[in-house]
Ligand binder design. Structure first.
Ligand SMILES: [Zn+2]
Length: 413
């Protein structure tokens, strides 16, 4: 039996009375809901089923929570609830803030689509009403910033004119004569939404009564999706909330930059300039600093009987470039072997003067086999990272003991 859709004629009613015709356990519960659900059929309802890009209403039927509302076969509407309810009379109510939010976004979509099509020749090919942002996909050339601003201004002007929005019933031919925006080939009586003097569009959804109730419309972005242009928009309360959050964000950024909110852009520009200069200075100074540190380190370094010298060090978090400059500067001296590790990152860097006579890449691979990780290099220079940075001291100790074993066996031989 067809469910009578009460919201067709009054989308502002948030409670109603109906008769429960059936209530059956559902085999396909609501997504994310492990508990059992029941499907309820009523003779009539004010609850809107998910359709045409708009999510369903939520609400209550008696004591039961309505978790989802779906279009079913034979023009019936299935109410998914969290507990069984007896057949007979039931009081229903709609979660009104959600419904009104959906009406603002959805009616705003009618208006935006009409403006994009009529003024800029860009028809809407799809609509999605999301949890936080809604989108329409436009077909045609890329909307320029001027087109986007023009559409937003035109749509908001119509909002402020507070035009009437009416539900019309008629046949496809009657609507075609009235200049309907989207032709439909269905027979029988159809429902359409008319924004006075602006738009007539076939639709079975819920809408506000006047354009003023849509509230301000803001466009928040335009991206290419396959061949179309996806426009993000917010209406009414969502636009107000976004404006507030944006203002709070700018105030927070300004406070961190210690400037006025209207100076944020200039302050960021100045900061980026300073960062660029600092990076250039660092690039010039790092090799010089590494050379100086290497020279003083080498001076204090005792040589073994064969003249070889080994530098073993766990360094605190340093810039990777510096580590490389430092190791290279050390390994430029005759018979020097460098075994470096970095604390936080778990990085290893082994380097040697060729006359030191080891194979630091082979050494690194032995350490990586034991501790896990990845890395590689040449006989004289190799770097890697171990899987668990907490074990970096142990990894370095292993490398050092492998070198000492080799030196001991060489001297014994
Ligand atoms: Zn609609």
């Amino acid at each position: 039996m067809t469910t009578r859709r009460l919201y067709y004629d009054d989308s502002f009613q948030d409670n109603f009375t109906a008769h429960v015709l059936s209530c059956e356990p559902l085999s396909d519960p609501v997504a994310g809901q492990d508990a059992m659900c029941w499907g309820v059929l009523l003779d009539q309802t004010h609850l809107y089923p998910a359709s045409g890009g708009q999510p369903s209403d939520l609400g209550k039927l008696g004591e039961a929570n309505v978790l989802d509302v779906r279009d079913a076969e034979n023009d019936e509407i299935l109410h998914v609830v969290d507990r069984p309810i007896p057949t007979g009379r039931v009081d229903g109510c709609i979660h009104w803030p959600r419904r009104f939010d959906h009406m603002q976004q959805h009616t705003g979509q009618h208006l935006l689509s009409a403006v994009f099509q009529e003024r800029f020749g860009l028809p809407t090919v799809s609509f999605h009403l999301g949890e936080s942002v809604s989108t329409i996909d436009l077909r045609g050339p890329q909307p320029t910033p001027q087109v986007l601003e023009g559409a937003a201004r035109a749509a908001n002007a119509i909002v402020f004119e507070n035009r009437e929005i009416a539900v019309r019933y008629g046949t496809a031919e009657q609507f075609a004569r009235m200049g309907v925006r989207k032709q439909v080939d269905r027979t029988g009586t159809l429902r359409a939404i008319e924004i006075a003097g602006i738009d007539l569009q076939p639709c079975g959804g819920t809408h506000v009564r006047r354009t003023g109730q849509i509230g301000t419309i803001v466009l928040r972005g335009c991206t290419k999706i396959r061949q179309d242009w996806r426009i993000e928009f917010l209406c009414g309360h969502r636009a107000e909330a976004a404006a507030r959050q944006d203002a709070e964000l700018i105030a927070r950024v300004a406070a961190r930059l210690k400037c006025a909110t209207h100076d944020v852009d200039a302050s960021v520009e100045r900061l980026l300039g300073e960062r660029e200069v600092a990076a250039k200075n660092l690039k010039t100074l790092l090799p010089k600093l590494a050379e100086a540190e290497a020279a003083s380190r080498l001076q204090a370094l005792a040589a073994k009987s064969d003249g070889s010298r080994t530098v073993v060090e766990v360094l605190p978090g340093v810039v990777p470039e510096y580590l490389q400059f430092y190791a290279t500067a050390l390994a430029r001296s005759e018979k020097v072997l460098v075994l470096f590790a970095v604390h936080e990152s778990g990085a290893l860097l082994f380097a040697q003067h060729p006359a030191a006579g080891h194979d630091v890449n082979a050494l690194l691979q032995k350490v990586l086999r034991q501790f896990g990780g990845k890395g590689g290099g040449s006989k004289d220079f190799a770097r890697g990272v171990i899987s668990d940075p907490a074990k970096i001291s142990d990894a370095l100790a292993l490398a050092q003991s492998l070198i000492e074993q080799k030196q001991t066996s060489a001297s014994l031989a």
